[in-house]
Write a protein that binds this ligand. Structure first.
Ligand SMILES: *Cc1c(COP(=O)(O)O)cnc(C)c1O
Length: 432
Protein backbone atom coordinates (compact mmCIF):
# COMPACT_ATOMS: atom_id res chain seq x y z
CA UNK A 1 0.00 0.00 0.00
CA UNK A 2 1.26 3.44 -0.85
CA UNK A 3 2.19 5.47 2.18
CA UNK A 4 0.66 8.85 2.68
CA UNK A 5 2.65 11.70 1.18
CA UNK A 6 1.99 14.86 3.11
CA UNK A 7 5.14 16.92 2.52
CA UNK A 8 3.23 20.09 1.65
CA UNK A 9 1.05 19.81 4.74
CA UNK A 10 4.15 19.31 6.88
CA UNK A 11 5.82 22.39 5.38
CA UNK A 12 2.68 24.47 5.81
CA UNK A 13 2.31 23.31 9.42
CA UNK A 14 5.88 24.43 10.15
CA UNK A 15 5.07 27.79 8.58
CA UNK A 16 1.74 28.02 10.41
CA UNK A 17 3.48 27.40 13.72
CA UNK A 18 5.46 30.59 13.27
CA UNK A 19 2.37 32.76 12.97
CA UNK A 20 -0.54 30.95 14.58
CA UNK A 21 -0.50 29.66 18.15
CA UNK A 22 0.08 25.94 17.82
CA UNK A 23 -0.30 26.33 14.06
CA UNK A 24 -4.08 26.23 14.30
CA UNK A 25 -7.08 28.43 14.98
CA UNK A 26 -8.85 25.78 17.04
CA UNK A 27 -7.00 23.23 19.20
CA UNK A 28 -9.05 20.22 18.02
CA UNK A 29 -7.53 20.64 14.57
CA UNK A 30 -3.97 20.07 15.72
CA UNK A 31 -3.86 16.22 15.63
CA UNK A 32 -2.02 16.50 18.93
CA UNK A 33 -3.93 13.75 20.70
CA UNK A 34 -3.33 11.28 17.87
CA UNK A 35 0.31 12.33 17.81
CA UNK A 36 0.19 13.29 14.19
CA UNK A 37 0.55 16.36 12.06
CA UNK A 38 -2.54 18.09 10.75
CA UNK A 39 -3.45 18.04 7.10
CA UNK A 40 -3.93 21.28 5.24
CA UNK A 41 -7.05 21.14 3.15
CA UNK A 42 -7.25 22.51 -0.33
CA UNK A 43 -10.84 21.81 -1.25
CA UNK A 44 -13.75 19.49 -0.72
CA UNK A 45 -16.64 18.21 -2.76
CA UNK A 46 -19.58 16.12 -1.61
CA UNK A 47 -18.31 13.50 0.84
CA UNK A 48 -14.69 13.93 -0.20
CA UNK A 49 -11.97 16.23 1.04
CA UNK A 50 -8.60 16.91 -0.62
CA UNK A 51 -5.36 17.97 1.03
CA UNK A 52 -2.67 20.24 -0.40
CA UNK A 53 -0.58 17.19 -1.41
CA UNK A 54 -3.41 15.96 -3.60
CA UNK A 55 -4.56 13.13 -1.33
CA UNK A 56 -8.26 12.38 -1.34
CA UNK A 57 -10.23 11.27 1.70
CA UNK A 58 -13.78 10.30 2.51
CA UNK A 59 -14.64 12.91 5.13
CA UNK A 60 -16.44 12.12 8.39
CA UNK A 61 -15.46 15.31 10.22
CA UNK A 62 -17.84 17.43 8.13
CA UNK A 63 -16.33 20.62 9.56
CA UNK A 64 -17.27 19.15 12.99
CA UNK A 65 -20.91 18.78 12.05
CA UNK A 66 -22.25 21.54 9.80
CA UNK A 67 -21.72 19.84 6.44
CA UNK A 68 -24.77 17.57 6.50
CA UNK A 69 -25.52 18.12 2.79
CA UNK A 70 -21.95 17.44 1.72
CA UNK A 71 -19.24 19.90 0.77
CA UNK A 72 -19.72 22.64 -1.83
CA UNK A 73 -23.36 21.74 -2.34
CA UNK A 74 -24.35 23.41 -5.64
CA UNK A 75 -27.60 24.87 -4.33
CA UNK A 76 -25.90 26.40 -1.29
CA UNK A 77 -23.19 27.88 -3.50
CA UNK A 78 -25.74 29.28 -5.94
CA UNK A 79 -27.76 30.86 -3.15
CA UNK A 80 -24.74 32.38 -1.45
CA UNK A 81 -23.37 33.81 -4.71
CA UNK A 82 -26.72 35.44 -5.36
CA UNK A 83 -26.90 37.05 -1.91
CA UNK A 84 -23.22 38.02 -1.98
CA UNK A 85 -23.85 40.39 -4.89
CA UNK A 86 -25.95 42.59 -2.63
CA UNK A 87 -23.14 43.18 -0.15
CA UNK A 88 -21.71 41.18 2.71
CA UNK A 89 -22.85 42.89 5.90
CA UNK A 90 -24.91 45.94 6.77
CA UNK A 91 -25.12 46.08 10.55
CA UNK A 92 -28.83 46.52 9.99
CA UNK A 93 -31.78 44.16 9.64
CA UNK A 94 -32.54 42.16 6.52
CA UNK A 95 -35.61 40.24 5.43
CA UNK A 96 -33.48 37.08 5.32
CA UNK A 97 -33.19 37.11 9.10
CA UNK A 98 -36.97 36.98 9.45
CA UNK A 99 -37.08 34.07 7.01
CA UNK A 100 -34.57 32.03 8.98
CA UNK A 101 -36.16 32.91 12.31
CA UNK A 102 -39.59 31.87 10.99
CA UNK A 103 -38.21 28.57 9.81
CA UNK A 104 -36.58 27.88 13.18
CA UNK A 105 -39.76 28.80 15.04
CA UNK A 106 -41.75 26.51 12.73
CA UNK A 107 -39.48 23.55 13.27
CA UNK A 108 -38.58 23.81 16.97
CA UNK A 109 -41.45 23.21 19.36
CA UNK A 110 -39.57 25.03 22.14
CA UNK A 111 -38.86 28.19 20.19
CA UNK A 112 -41.26 31.11 19.69
CA UNK A 113 -38.58 33.74 19.25
CA UNK A 114 -34.93 33.68 18.19
CA UNK A 115 -31.73 35.68 18.61
CA UNK A 116 -28.91 34.98 16.18
CA UNK A 117 -25.19 35.08 16.87
CA UNK A 118 -22.02 34.33 14.93
CA UNK A 119 -20.92 31.20 16.80
CA UNK A 120 -22.24 28.43 18.99
CA UNK A 121 -20.15 29.70 21.88
CA UNK A 122 -21.98 33.00 21.79
CA UNK A 123 -25.34 31.22 21.67
CA UNK A 124 -24.68 29.11 24.78
CA UNK A 125 -23.04 31.87 26.83
CA UNK A 126 -25.88 34.22 25.97
CA UNK A 127 -28.46 31.57 26.80
CA UNK A 128 -26.93 31.28 30.27
CA UNK A 129 -26.96 35.04 30.75
CA UNK A 130 -30.58 35.09 29.64
CA UNK A 131 -31.48 32.27 32.03
CA UNK A 132 -29.75 34.04 34.91
CA UNK A 133 -31.37 37.36 34.06
CA UNK A 134 -34.79 35.82 33.67
CA UNK A 135 -34.73 33.67 36.81
CA UNK A 136 -32.64 36.13 38.87
CA UNK A 137 -30.55 33.18 40.04
CA UNK A 138 -26.85 32.49 39.46
CA UNK A 139 -25.98 28.80 39.63
CA UNK A 140 -26.02 26.51 36.64
CA UNK A 141 -25.76 22.76 36.34
CA UNK A 142 -23.66 21.33 33.54
CA UNK A 143 -22.58 17.77 32.91
CA UNK A 144 -19.15 16.19 32.68
CA UNK A 145 -18.11 15.67 29.09
CA UNK A 146 -20.66 18.07 27.63
CA UNK A 147 -19.10 20.88 25.63
CA UNK A 148 -20.88 24.18 25.28
CA UNK A 149 -18.26 26.35 23.63
CA UNK A 150 -15.38 28.09 25.33
CA UNK A 151 -17.04 30.63 27.65
CA UNK A 152 -15.35 30.76 31.07
CA UNK A 153 -18.05 29.17 33.17
CA UNK A 154 -18.35 26.12 30.88
CA UNK A 155 -14.66 25.20 30.92
CA UNK A 156 -14.85 22.68 33.70
CA UNK A 157 -14.83 18.99 32.80
CA UNK A 158 -15.89 19.97 29.31
CA UNK A 159 -15.70 17.58 26.38
CA UNK A 160 -14.20 18.03 22.91
CA UNK A 161 -10.72 19.61 22.97
CA UNK A 162 -10.63 19.72 26.76
CA UNK A 163 -11.23 15.97 26.87
CA UNK A 164 -8.84 15.38 23.99
CA UNK A 165 -5.98 17.22 25.63
CA UNK A 166 -6.84 15.59 28.95
CA UNK A 167 -6.89 18.80 30.96
CA UNK A 168 -9.45 19.47 33.69
CA UNK A 169 -10.38 22.91 32.47
CA UNK A 170 -8.61 26.04 31.36
CA UNK A 171 -6.06 28.45 32.79
CA UNK A 172 -7.30 32.00 32.86
CA UNK A 173 -10.68 31.06 34.25
CA UNK A 174 -10.95 32.56 37.75
CA UNK A 175 -12.36 30.28 40.47
CA UNK A 176 -14.80 33.03 41.13
CA UNK A 177 -16.33 32.61 37.67
CA UNK A 178 -16.86 28.86 37.96
CA UNK A 179 -18.03 28.84 41.56
CA UNK A 180 -21.59 28.93 40.27
CA UNK A 181 -21.11 26.05 37.82
CA UNK A 182 -22.17 22.74 39.34
CA UNK A 183 -20.70 19.77 37.50
CA UNK A 184 -22.61 16.51 37.57
CA UNK A 185 -22.23 13.17 35.81
CA UNK A 186 -24.38 12.75 32.70
CA UNK A 187 -27.21 10.18 32.84
CA UNK A 188 -27.39 10.26 36.65
CA UNK A 189 -30.77 11.66 37.62
CA UNK A 190 -30.18 11.10 41.35
CA UNK A 191 -27.21 13.46 41.22
CA UNK A 192 -29.45 16.14 39.75
CA UNK A 193 -32.12 15.61 42.39
CA UNK A 194 -29.53 15.92 45.15
CA UNK A 195 -27.98 19.09 43.70
CA UNK A 196 -31.40 20.67 43.28
CA UNK A 197 -32.21 19.85 46.88
CA UNK A 198 -28.92 21.19 48.19
CA UNK A 199 -28.99 24.42 46.19
CA UNK A 200 -32.69 24.96 46.41
CA UNK A 201 -33.69 28.30 44.85
CA UNK A 202 -30.20 29.13 43.63
CA UNK A 203 -30.13 27.28 40.31
CA UNK A 204 -30.99 29.27 37.20
CA UNK A 205 -30.56 26.57 34.59
CA UNK A 206 -29.56 23.05 33.68
CA UNK A 207 -27.69 22.99 30.38
CA UNK A 208 -26.84 19.86 28.41
CA UNK A 209 -26.30 18.36 25.01
CA UNK A 210 -29.45 16.19 24.96
CA UNK A 211 -27.33 13.66 23.08
CA UNK A 212 -23.71 14.49 23.84
CA UNK A 213 -21.35 14.38 20.88
CA UNK A 214 -18.35 15.98 22.54
CA UNK A 215 -17.25 13.07 24.75
CA UNK A 216 -17.85 10.89 21.74
CA UNK A 217 -21.50 10.04 21.13
CA UNK A 218 -23.32 9.11 24.34
CA UNK A 219 -27.03 8.38 24.44
CA UNK A 220 -29.34 9.59 27.19
CA UNK A 221 -30.79 6.72 29.21
CA UNK A 222 -34.49 5.95 28.83
CA UNK A 223 -36.50 8.66 30.56
CA UNK A 224 -33.46 10.74 31.53
CA UNK A 225 -34.42 13.80 29.48
CA UNK A 226 -38.07 13.58 30.58
CA UNK A 227 -36.96 13.34 34.22
CA UNK A 228 -34.73 16.38 33.79
CA UNK A 229 -37.67 18.24 32.31
CA UNK A 230 -39.85 17.35 35.28
CA UNK A 231 -37.32 18.23 37.96
CA UNK A 232 -36.45 21.57 36.39
CA UNK A 233 -40.09 22.49 35.91
CA UNK A 234 -40.95 21.67 39.53
CA UNK A 235 -38.10 23.82 40.80
CA UNK A 236 -38.37 26.88 38.54
CA UNK A 237 -35.11 26.01 36.83
CA UNK A 238 -34.78 26.60 33.10
CA UNK A 239 -33.85 23.61 30.96
CA UNK A 240 -31.41 24.51 28.18
CA UNK A 241 -30.78 22.10 25.34
CA UNK A 242 -27.54 22.76 23.53
CA UNK A 243 -28.56 21.36 20.16
CA UNK A 244 -25.64 22.85 18.30
CA UNK A 245 -24.76 19.39 16.99
CA UNK A 246 -28.11 17.60 17.25
CA UNK A 247 -30.26 20.41 15.86
CA UNK A 248 -31.20 19.58 12.26
CA UNK A 249 -29.02 16.47 12.51
CA UNK A 250 -31.14 13.99 14.47
CA UNK A 251 -34.26 15.37 12.86
CA UNK A 252 -35.34 18.73 11.54
CA UNK A 253 -36.51 19.51 15.09
CA UNK A 254 -33.37 18.08 16.70
CA UNK A 255 -33.19 15.84 19.75
CA UNK A 256 -36.17 17.56 21.37
CA UNK A 257 -38.38 16.26 18.57
CA UNK A 258 -36.89 12.77 18.67
CA UNK A 259 -37.20 12.41 22.46
CA UNK A 260 -40.32 14.53 22.72
CA UNK A 261 -38.96 16.73 25.50
CA UNK A 262 -39.43 20.49 25.26
CA UNK A 263 -36.69 22.61 26.84
CA UNK A 264 -37.11 26.27 27.84
CA UNK A 265 -34.19 27.51 25.77
CA UNK A 266 -32.59 25.87 22.74
CA UNK A 267 -29.12 26.68 21.38
CA UNK A 268 -28.40 26.09 17.72
CA UNK A 269 -25.34 26.46 15.51
CA UNK A 270 -23.32 24.45 13.02
CA UNK A 271 -25.90 23.10 10.50
CA UNK A 272 -28.10 26.23 10.64
CA UNK A 273 -25.22 28.19 9.12
CA UNK A 274 -24.82 25.83 6.18
CA UNK A 275 -21.03 25.96 6.65
CA UNK A 276 -20.77 29.62 7.64
CA UNK A 277 -20.10 30.98 11.15
CA UNK A 278 -23.38 31.02 13.01
CA UNK A 279 -25.26 30.43 16.22
CA UNK A 280 -28.75 31.07 17.56
CA UNK A 281 -30.75 30.65 20.71
CA UNK A 282 -34.44 30.83 21.31
CA UNK A 283 -37.31 30.07 23.64
CA UNK A 284 -40.75 31.25 24.60
CA UNK A 285 -41.71 34.87 23.95
CA UNK A 286 -41.89 35.44 27.69
CA UNK A 287 -38.27 34.40 28.21
CA UNK A 288 -36.93 36.04 25.06
CA UNK A 289 -38.51 39.36 26.02
CA UNK A 290 -35.89 39.63 28.75
CA UNK A 291 -33.34 40.40 26.02
CA UNK A 292 -32.34 43.97 25.18
CA UNK A 293 -33.80 46.08 23.61
CA UNK A 294 -37.00 44.66 25.19
CA UNK A 295 -35.57 43.68 28.54
CA UNK A 296 -32.58 44.04 30.84
CA UNK A 297 -30.35 41.20 29.53
CA UNK A 298 -27.77 42.63 27.14
CA UNK A 299 -26.30 40.71 24.23
CA UNK A 300 -25.14 41.96 20.83
CA UNK A 301 -23.07 41.14 17.75
CA UNK A 302 -21.62 43.12 14.85
CA UNK A 303 -22.05 40.28 12.37
CA UNK A 304 -25.04 38.55 14.02
CA UNK A 305 -27.60 37.48 11.44
CA UNK A 306 -25.06 37.98 8.68
CA UNK A 307 -26.90 37.75 5.33
CA UNK A 308 -24.50 35.23 3.78
CA UNK A 309 -24.61 32.84 6.73
CA UNK A 310 -28.35 33.27 7.09
CA UNK A 311 -29.04 32.59 3.42
CA UNK A 312 -26.93 29.42 3.56
CA UNK A 313 -28.91 28.41 6.64
CA UNK A 314 -32.28 28.99 4.97
CA UNK A 315 -31.27 26.97 1.93
CA UNK A 316 -29.94 24.17 4.13
CA UNK A 317 -33.22 23.93 6.02
CA UNK A 318 -35.14 23.90 2.73
CA UNK A 319 -33.03 21.05 1.41
CA UNK A 320 -33.35 19.11 4.66
CA UNK A 321 -37.13 19.54 4.61
CA UNK A 322 -37.57 17.31 1.57
CA UNK A 323 -39.31 13.97 1.98
CA UNK A 324 -37.18 11.02 3.11
CA UNK A 325 -34.00 12.93 3.99
CA UNK A 326 -33.63 11.67 7.55
CA UNK A 327 -34.61 8.15 6.47
CA UNK A 328 -31.80 8.27 3.94
CA UNK A 329 -29.33 9.44 6.58
CA UNK A 330 -30.50 6.69 8.92
CA UNK A 331 -30.13 4.03 6.27
CA UNK A 332 -26.56 5.06 5.41
CA UNK A 333 -25.58 5.44 9.04
CA UNK A 334 -27.07 2.09 9.96
CA UNK A 335 -25.15 0.47 7.12
CA UNK A 336 -21.94 2.02 8.44
CA UNK A 337 -22.66 0.91 12.00
CA UNK A 338 -23.41 -2.68 10.98
CA UNK A 339 -20.27 -2.86 8.87
CA UNK A 340 -18.06 -1.42 11.59
CA UNK A 341 -19.48 -3.88 14.12
CA UNK A 342 -18.81 -6.81 11.83
CA UNK A 343 -15.29 -5.61 11.18
CA UNK A 344 -14.60 -5.09 14.88
CA UNK A 345 -16.08 -8.50 15.79
CA UNK A 346 -14.11 -10.36 13.18
CA UNK A 347 -10.88 -8.65 14.26
CA UNK A 348 -11.71 -9.32 17.95
CA UNK A 349 -11.31 -5.69 18.91
CA UNK A 350 -12.63 -4.48 22.25
CA UNK A 351 -15.06 -1.85 21.15
CA UNK A 352 -18.27 -0.02 21.91
CA UNK A 353 -20.16 1.75 19.16
CA UNK A 354 -22.65 4.44 20.11
CA UNK A 355 -24.83 5.79 17.35
CA UNK A 356 -27.97 7.78 16.90
CA UNK A 357 -28.97 8.93 13.44
CA UNK A 358 -25.99 10.24 11.54
CA UNK A 359 -23.63 10.62 14.50
CA UNK A 360 -21.47 7.71 15.59
CA UNK A 361 -18.46 7.02 17.80
CA UNK A 362 -16.41 3.89 18.09
CA UNK A 363 -14.75 3.65 21.50
CA UNK A 364 -11.92 1.24 22.11
CA UNK A 365 -13.28 -0.50 25.19
CA UNK A 366 -15.70 -3.35 25.81
CA UNK A 367 -17.61 -1.39 28.40
CA UNK A 368 -20.92 0.26 27.72
CA UNK A 369 -20.39 4.00 27.57
CA UNK A 370 -23.03 6.27 28.97
CA UNK A 371 -21.08 8.97 30.74
CA UNK A 372 -17.77 10.81 30.70
CA UNK A 373 -16.01 8.67 33.30
CA UNK A 374 -16.71 5.60 31.18
CA UNK A 375 -15.81 7.35 27.94
CA UNK A 376 -12.43 8.19 29.43
CA UNK A 377 -11.75 4.46 29.88
CA UNK A 378 -11.54 4.09 26.13
CA UNK A 379 -8.04 3.23 24.96
CA UNK A 380 -6.99 6.43 23.19
CA UNK A 381 -3.70 4.90 22.05
CA UNK A 382 -5.66 2.33 20.06
CA UNK A 383 -7.82 5.11 18.71
CA UNK A 384 -4.79 6.97 17.42
CA UNK A 385 -3.49 3.80 15.72
CA UNK A 386 -6.91 3.28 14.14
CA UNK A 387 -7.13 6.93 13.14
CA UNK A 388 -3.73 6.93 11.44
CA UNK A 389 -4.35 3.73 9.54
CA UNK A 390 -7.74 4.98 8.37
CA UNK A 391 -6.17 8.23 7.22
CA UNK A 392 -3.60 6.29 5.23
CA UNK A 393 -6.43 4.35 3.63
CA UNK A 394 -8.19 7.55 2.62
CA UNK A 395 -10.69 7.94 5.44
CA UNK A 396 -10.66 11.24 7.33
CA UNK A 397 -11.91 10.79 10.91
CA UNK A 398 -11.88 13.24 13.81
CA UNK A 399 -8.34 13.39 15.22
CA UNK A 400 -9.65 12.54 18.68
CA UNK A 401 -11.49 9.71 20.40
CA UNK A 402 -13.91 12.14 22.05
CA UNK A 403 -15.73 13.29 18.94
CA UNK A 404 -18.32 11.92 16.54
CA UNK A 405 -18.22 10.65 12.98
CA UNK A 406 -20.77 12.58 10.96
CA UNK A 407 -22.49 10.93 8.01
CA UNK A 408 -23.79 13.31 5.36
CA UNK A 409 -26.29 13.00 2.56
CA UNK A 410 -23.37 13.09 0.14
CA UNK A 411 -21.90 9.83 1.46
CA UNK A 412 -22.59 7.11 -1.07
CA UNK A 413 -22.99 3.40 -0.40
CA UNK A 414 -19.63 3.01 -2.08
CA UNK A 415 -18.06 5.49 0.38
CA UNK A 416 -19.48 3.52 3.26
CA UNK A 417 -18.34 0.17 1.89
CA UNK A 418 -14.84 1.58 1.45
CA UNK A 419 -14.90 2.90 5.00
CA UNK A 420 -15.91 -0.50 6.37
CA UNK A 421 -13.26 -2.28 4.34
CA UNK A 422 -10.60 0.16 5.52
CA UNK A 423 -11.74 -0.49 9.07
CA UNK A 424 -10.91 -4.19 8.77
CA UNK A 425 -7.30 -3.28 8.03
CA UNK A 426 -7.22 -0.52 10.62
CA UNK A 427 -8.68 -2.74 13.37
CA UNK A 428 -6.05 -5.38 12.60
CA UNK A 429 -3.36 -2.79 13.30
CA UNK A 430 -4.89 -1.98 16.66
CA UNK A 431 -4.81 -5.60 17.89
CA UNK A 432 -1.18 -6.19 16.92
C1 LIG B 1 -19.48 23.19 18.46
C2 LIG B 1 -20.28 23.27 19.70
C3 LIG B 1 -20.40 24.46 20.43
C4 LIG B 1 -19.62 25.69 20.09
O1 LIG B 1 -19.91 26.22 18.85
P1 LIG B 1 -18.80 27.17 18.14
O2 LIG B 1 -19.48 27.62 16.90
O3 LIG B 1 -17.61 26.29 17.91
O4 LIG B 1 -18.51 28.27 19.08
C5 LIG B 1 -21.25 24.48 21.51
N1 LIG B 1 -21.95 23.38 21.87
C6 LIG B 1 -21.85 22.23 21.20
C7 LIG B 1 -22.69 21.07 21.62
C8 LIG B 1 -20.99 22.12 20.12
O5 LIG B 1 -20.85 20.94 19.50
Amino acid sequence: MKSLKIEKSITLFEEANKYLAGGVNSPVRSFKSVKGRPLFIKNALGSHIFDVDGNEYIDYVASWGPIILGHAHPEILREVKQVLKNGTSFGASTELEIDLAKKIVDIYPSIEMVRMTSSGTEATMSAIRLARGYTKKDKIIKFEGCYHGHADYFLVEAGSGIATLNIPGSAGVPDNVIKDTLILPFNDIIAVKEAVKEYNNEIAAVILEPVPGNMGVVLPKDGYLKDLREITKENDILLIFDEIITGLRLSLGGAQKVFNVIPDITCLGKIIGGGFPVGAYGGSIEIMESLAPLGPVYQAGTLSGNPIAVSAGIKTIELLSREGIYEELEEKSNMLERGLRQAAESCKVNYCINRIGSMLTIFFTKEEINDYQNAKKSNTILYSIYFKKMLKLGIYLAPSQFEAMFISLAHSKDDIEKTIEASYYAFKETIK
